[in-house]
Design a protein around this ligand. Structure first.
Ligand code: LMR
Length: 403
C-alpha cells in the first residue's frame, strides 16, 4: 500500500510472546504429532479434551429457552449472578452478605476481575505499591504494572524444600509499607501449587487486622484444592475478621467456561453506605473500559448457581476433575521413577490445584519444547491437569532424557 506519509506505527517494536498463552500459540504451530501442552492452566479430561460440562450444557439449554432479548446488561452484570457469587465466596449464612458488606461486579474472567480491581485501586490509592508472592502468576506483575503500579515481591516459595517459606513470608509482609496492596492466592497457588495451612492463614489474617494493608485475594481455582466450600476458607477468614479486601474469582476453570470469560470482583466493605459508593466507582471503571459484560457466560453460571439440582451436578463434575488431577500427580511421580529418574519428585503429590512447580531447570524446559514438543512454562510450572494415561509415559520418558 502506498501512502504519502510514513506509517506512524513503523517503529513499534515486536512485543515478547506471553509467557503462558504464547506457549499455546507455539504449541498450535508445532507439527510434532506427539506434542503435549502442559503450559496453560486448562483442565483436560482423560482423552485430552477440555470438557464442556454436562451441567453447563443443561444450563445453556435452560437459558436459551428463556432468553428473550439481546439488550445491554447492567454495567455491573447479571444481578442473579453477582448475588450467588457472594454466596459461593462467603457461604450460605454469611453475616457480611446479610449486612450488605459485600459488593460484586461481574467481570471478564479472573483476569478481568483483577484488572477492574487494579484500575479502581489506582484511582483511589495512586501512590500505593503492589506486592505479589515470589513467584506469582506471570500475569500478575504485568497486569498491575499496566495499571500503573510499582510491583514488588514478598517471600513465598522455598525451592530447597519445595514448600512454603512461611516465617519469611510473615516477616516480609510485616515490613511492607502501610497503604500497600498485597496480592494473595486464596487457594491452589499459581504457579507453585503450595498453599498455606489453616493455622498459617489465621496468622496472615491476624496480621491484616492490625496492619494498614489492602488485601487482594486472587481466587481463580475454587474447587480444585479440596472442594468448593473448603477452598473458600481463606476468603471466609478475611470476611469473618471484618477485613475490607478485594476478591477476584473465576469460573473459567471451575465451570470449564474459559472462552466465555466469566468471573467477578467482590469487595468487602465496612457497611452498606460504603458498599453503595464503592459500587458506583466500580461501575465507572467498567463503563470506561468495556461498558458492560457480555451476557451468555454469566447467565449460564447464574443458572447453575441458582438451582439446587444443577449445583449438585456441578459439584459432582468438579469433584471428578479434582480427583483426576490428584491421580495424575501420583502417576507422574511413579512414572518418573519407572523411567529411571532418580531425583525425588514425591513433593508433586503435596501440591494443590492444576499446577506443579517441577523444579525442572530452564535448559531442560527448553529442550522438552524444542526436541520433544512438550510445552512447560519457563519457570518449570507443569499443568498436571493436562496429563492423562496416554501422554504421561511420553512426558516422563522425555523428562528422563533431559535431566
Ligand atoms: C494460567 O495461569 O495458565 C491460567 O490462569 C491461564 C492464564 O490466563 O494465564
Amino acid at each position: 500500500m502506498s501512502t504519502s506519509q510514513p506509517s506512524p506505527f513503523i517503529n513499534i517494536a515486536q512485543a515478547p510472546p506471553d509467557p503462558i498463552l504464547g506457549l499455546t500459540e507455539a504449541f498450535i504451530a508445532d507439527t510434532n504429532p506427539k506434542k503435549v501442552n502442559l503450559g496453560v492452566g486448562v483442565y483436560q479430561d482423560s482423552n485430552g479434551k477440555v470438557p464442556l460440562l454436562k451441567v453447563v450444557r443443561e444450563a445453556e439449554t435452560r437459558w436459551l429457552a428463556k432468553e428473550d432479548t439481546k439488550s445491554y446488561l447492567p454495567i455491573d452484570g447479571v444481578p442473579a449472578f453477582n448475588k450467588q457469587v457472594q454466596v459461593l465466596l462467603l457461604g450460605e449464612n454469611s453475616p457480611v452478605n446479610a449486612e450488605g458488606r459485600a459488593v460484586t461486579v461481574e467481570a471478564l474472567g479472573g483476569t478481568g476481575a483483577l484488572k477492574i480491581g487494579a484500575d479502581f485501586l489506582k484511582r483511589f490509592f495512586p501512590e500505593a505499591a503492589v506486592y505479589i508472592s515470589d513467584p506469582s502468576w506471570e500475569n500478575h506483575r504485568a497486569l498491575f504494572e499496566a495499571a500503573g503500579f510499582k510491583v514488588e515481591v514478598y517471600p513465598y516459595y522455598d525451592a530447597a524444600t519445595h514448600g512454603l517459606k512461611f516465617d519469611e513470608m510473615l516477616a516480609g509482609l510485616k515490613t511492607i509499607p502501610a497503604g500497600s496492596i498485597v496480592v494473595l492466592h486464596a487457594c491452589c497457588h499459581n504457579p507453585t501449587g503450595v498453599d498455606l495451612s489453616t493455622s498459617q492463614w489465621t496468622q496472615i489474617v491476624d496480621l491484616f487486622q492490625s496492619a494498614n494493608l489492602i488485601a487482594f485475594l486472587d481466587f481463580a481455582y475454587q474447587g480444585f484444592g479440596d472442594g468448593v466450600q473448603e477452598d473458600a476458607a481463606a476468603v471466609r477468614a478475611f470476611a469473618a475478621a471484618g477485613i475490607p479486601c478485594l476478591i477476584a474469582n473465576s469460573f473459567s476453570k471451575s465451570l470449564s467456561l474459559y472462552r466465555e470469560r466469566v468471573g467477578a470482583l467482590t469487595l468487602l466493605t465496612s457497611g452498606t453506605e460504603e458498599t453503595k459508593r464503592v459500587l458506583s466507582q466500580l461501575k465507572r471503571v467498567i463503563r470506561t473500559n468495556y461498558s458492560s459484560p457480555a451476557s451468555h457466560g454469566g447467565q449460564v453460571a447464574a443458572t447453575v448457581l441458582n438451582d439446587a439440582e444443577l449445583l449438585t451436578q456441578w459439584d459432582e463434575e468438579l469433584t471428578e476433575m479434582r480427583e483426576r488431577i490428584k491421580r495424575m500427580r501420583g502417576l507422574l511421580v511413579s512414572s518418573l521413577k519407572d523411567y529411571g529418574v532418580s531425583q525425588d519428585f514425591s513433593f508433586i503429590k503435596n501440591q494443590r490445584g492444576m499446577f506443579s512447580y517441577s523444579g525442572l531447570p530452564l535448559e531442560a524446559v527448553r529442550k522438552l519444547r524444542s526436541e520433544y514438543g512438550i510445552y512447560i512454562v519457563d519457570s518449570g510450572r507443569i499443568c498436571v491437569a493436562a496429563l492423562n494415561e496416554k501422554n504421561i509415559g511420553y512426558v516422563c520418558e522425555s523428562i528422563a532424557k533431559v535431566i
